[in-house]
Design a protein around this ligand. Structure first.
Ligand code: NAD
Ligand code: MG
Length: 398
């Protein structure tokens, strides 16, 4: 029996890597549904090679897609639209596995729907967990969903933790002999830039990551280190550990993907060439292993692994995220929303690279934090934070 997979965000970097892994194992997996927000040409190609039963696109793209399906004899594929469509495929009774690979807050409700339907959920969409941490983790427990990390660092941590760690009691304290998590960061493309140089960097430079090929938003997040900030929050929720047990280590080669330290002095790490197909295959098949075309690590070629502390003055995003996690409640939602707006503005040349964290800080100071009691409050706060961030950007200009 094959397992049926739904890919939310199939045309993205993670979506395509997922399809690459699935394609190599047609006897084990079938693609049941895919979603795309834009790039309809790519979606069409995906449909031709993977034959899903459903696709989900924005309403204003549905008619055009239907016409193209007719031309290509793909009429049997059903087109659903917008958020309702995403939720429908995420919780569909025929789906076993959901890859949550939409970027940003747009992925929150579909990911939560998959969790509530008790699916195996492969989590790439870290923003969803940053926004809704406690609610998402609680829903996973209540509905027996298996929430597995695809983010390379969290997947590495998961691989380095004791096997029964996720099932054990969630206390916020290290347990089962674990003493600390070391979350690695590449440092991004501007690791060795001066503060002055950072003022003038362009979106194109920011999106050129030294080790990973990723979507634009996460590439900019990697350059500001906000990605590591979001990942810090992600780690706290996934592994139920308070933020002061998580140390960020800059490791420019991205060969060690993160580490777990134990009370007996052991440090376990997961290593590999930087290719997302490895954590995707791991999360798909866990506790089994699935072959990929990622070449085995050649240590004679690597020769050097370097480590340093993050520069919190040059890259204030990490501390902002740490403070938001300490503050709790809606603060991570506010941080994430402001960051999404500021990154988008940077990509459109409407603010500078160094303004991104300033906008986030301003928004955190000006949007009221409260308990993240339910999804409605989270979504409302997300909207308010977006408005505050946008106003700040508009009032300052470039
Ligand atoms: P991407 O920009 O390449 O792809 C995003 C996907 O989401 C696309 O399929 C797009 O059509 C869809 N999408 C965008 N906006 C949408 C909206 N408003 N509604 C519905 N769908 C929408 O991004 P990516 O690099 O694949 O990253 C996806 C997620 O995975 C992000 O949360 C990112 O942080 C996380 N992640 C990515 C990597 C990586 O290597 N790319 C690594 C770790 C985690
Ligand atoms: Mg990562």
């Amino acid at each position: 029996m094959t397992q049926s997979v739904c890919i939310l965000g199939a045309t993205g970097s993670i979506g395509k890597s997922t399809l690459r892994v699935l394609q190599q194992h047609p006897e084990q997996y079938t693609v049941f549904a895919v979603s795309a927000f834009n790039r309809m040409d790519e979606l069409l190609e995906i449909c031709k090679s993977h034959h899903p039963k459903f696709v989900v696109v924005p309403k204003d793209k549905a008619l055009e897609l239907q016409q193209r399906f007719q031309q290509d004899n793909l009429n049997h594929i059903e087109i659903l639209t917008d958020e309702a469509g995403l939720i429908a495929i995420a919780e569909h009774a025929e789906v076993d596995i959901v890859m949550a690979a939409i970027v940003g807050a747009a992925g929150l409700l579909p990911t939560l729907a998959a969790v509530k339907a008790g699916k195996r959920v492969l989590l790439a969409n870290k923003e969803a967990l940053v926004m809704s941490g406690d609610i998402m983790m609680q829903a996973a427990r209540e509905h027996n969903a298996l929430l597995l990390p695809v983010d390379s660092e969290h997947n590495a941590i998961f691989q380095s933790l004791p096997t029964n760690y996720l099932q054990s009691e969630r206390t916020g304290q290290p347990k089962l002999g674990v003493s600390r998590i070391l979350l690695t960061a590449s440092g991004g493309p501007f690791l060795n830039h001066s503060i002055e140089q950072l003022h003038d960097v362009t979106p194109q430079q920011a999106c050129k990551h030294p080790n990973w090929s990723m979507g634009q938003k996460i590439s900019v997040d990697s350059a500001t280190l906000m990605n590591k900030g979001l990942e810090l929050i992600e780690a706290c929720h996934l592994f139920s550990i308070s933020e002061h047990f998580v140390t960020v280590v800059v490791h420019p080669q991205s060969i060690i993907h993160s580490l777990v330290q134990y009370v007996d002095g052991s440090t376990l790490a997961q290593m590999g060439n930087p290719d997302m197909c490895t954590p995707i295959a791991h999360a798909l098949a866990w506790p089994e292993r699935l072959a990929t075309d990622v070449p085995a690590l050649d240590l004679f070629e690597v020769t050097q692994l370097n480590f340093q502390s993050p520069d919190n003055v040059k890259f204030p995003a990490l501390n902002l995220a740490r403070q938001a996690m300490q503050a709790g409640g809606l603060a991570p939602t506010i941080l994430n929303a402001a960051n999404e707006i500021a990154v988008e503005a940077f990509l459109q040349h409407k603010n500078r690279f160094t303004d991104i964290t300033q906008v986030v800080e301003h928004t955190l100071q000006n949007v009221h934090n409260a308990k993240a009691e339910n999804i409605d409050i989270i979504l409302q706060t997300d909207m308010i934070a977006r408005q505050v961030a946008a106003q700040r950007i508009a009032s300052r200009g470039v």
